[in-house]
Every structure is written in C-alpha cells, then in structure tokens.
Design a protein around this ligand. Structure first.
Ligand SMILES: NC(=O)c1ccc[n+]([C@@H]2O[C@H](COP(=O)([O-])OP(=O)(O)OC[C@H]3O[C@@H](n4cnc5c(N)ncnc54)[C@H](OP(=O)(O)O)[C@@H]3O)[C@@H](O)[C@H]2O)c1
Length: 170
C-alpha cells in the first residue's frame, strides 16, 4: 500500500462506472470536486479513459497514461507501459490519483491507501464498465456528505472518503 496513492471514482449501486467509454450521468458537483481534489497533483489513467476526456491532458495536473503498446504516445502526457512503470514515475509525488477506468482501478485497488467514492444512488443497467468489488471490512469511512438530486443532478449521491485499515489498527 502506498500512502500517497488514491483512487477517485463515481459509481452506481452495482459498481457501474461507464458505458461505451463515457460516464453514466453528469453530476456537475462531482466534476467540480474531482477538479478541486486533483488539481496540482499527479493523475494516472488507462488509455481508454484518456480518450474519453473532453479536455486532454487534464490541465494543471501531471498526466500519466497507461498503454501496453510502446508506440502509443500522447501530447503533454507521460506514458507508462506497465503498473510498475507508472508507480516509478509517480510515487515521488505528494498526491497521486488513479482516475480510471475499470481495468486500471482493478489493478490499483490493492495498492491505494484511500478511496474517494462518489456513490450514485441509482442502478445503470446499460453499464459496460464496473469498479471491482470493495471489501468494506478493510476500509474505514472517514467522511460522508449526502447530496440530494436537483435540477442539475438527476440522482441522489454521496461523497465518501475511505481510508484503508492498517494492520496495526485491526
Ligand atoms: N465513473 C468514473 O469515475 C470513471 C472514471 C474513469 C473512467 N470511467 C469509465 O471507465 C471506462 C473505461 O474503462 P476501461 O477498463 O475500458 O479502460 P481504461 O482502464 O481507462 O484503459 C484500459 C487501457 O489501459 C491500458 N492499460 C491497462 N492496464 C495496463 C497496464 N497494466 N500496463 C499498460 N497499459 C495498461 C491498456 O491500453 P492499450 O489498449 O493502449 O494497451 C488498456 O486497454 C469508460 O466507460 C469510462 O467512462 C469511469
């Protein structure tokens, strides 16, 4: 586990995170929070998530993109061709956010110390990308902010922060 390595994700009731390489719903407050938390940090993402970004690379952040293909390169991004390479590039930085997508979350979940989850209170039958199962017995809820649907947010949602329980705390 790396103390400075975090996951940030918005997920539905069944861990749904995307469909056809896009997000499932637009939650402006979540977007704003994502920006606030990740500005001036390092972000790690898979190539599909990179392609899904409307503005790329993400401004004012160090962008690291994972691809298995060593010929793939993207402007103003650093490339990593393995998880180890991404970790070597990133881990000297103060705060490093893994920002998706499904395959990258799956590989990093065992390594991160903190989860920034936006839990969307809805099920998305059409989803084709999912966050891995979380064993919540391994995580302490540190903060929770419950938010109601409104004209800009179709569903209720909550911002939750979980820290991994250290062996010494068990
Ligand atoms: N809800 C959210 O918060 C959230 C956030 C981000 C993304 N998403 C959603 O997640 C979905 C995309 O997820 P995804 O699983 O299809 O794609 P992804 O994880 O973004 O990217 C997968 C690609 O990353 C590269 N990659 C993955 N592991 C690697 C490794 N160990 N070493 C080198 N390269 C590696 C490979 O690229 P190559 O094919 O180039 O080899 C792989 O095909 C989309 O629907 C997106 O909208 C949701």
């Amino acid at each position: 586990m790396y103390k400075n390595l975090f996951i940030i994700v918005a997920l539905g009731r069944n861990n749904e995170i995307g469909r056809e390489n896009s997000l499932l719903t637009h939650l402006p407050r979540d977007m704003k929070r994502f920006k606030l938390l990740t500005l001036d940090t390092t972000v790690i993402m898979g190539e599909n998530t990179y392609h899904s970004l409307q503005v790329k690379p993400l401004p004012k952040r160090r962008n690291i993109v994972l691809s298995f293909d060593p010929t793939h390169r993207f402007p103003d991004c650093e490339m990593a061709y393995s998880i180890d390479e991404a970790l070597t590039l990133a881990l000297k930085d103060d705060r490093v956010f893994v920002i998706g997508g499904a395959s990258v979350y799956r590989q990093f979940l065992p390594l991160v110390s903190r989860l920034y989850l936006t839990k969307i209170n809805a099920a998305f039958d059409e989803a084709d990308a999912f966050f891995p199962d979380i064993d919540f017995s391994q995580w302490n809820l540190q903060e929770e902010e419950v938010c109601s649907a409104d004209e800009k947010h179709r569903y209720d949602y909550s911002f939750c922060i979980y820290d991994r329980i250290q062996l010494s705390e068990k």
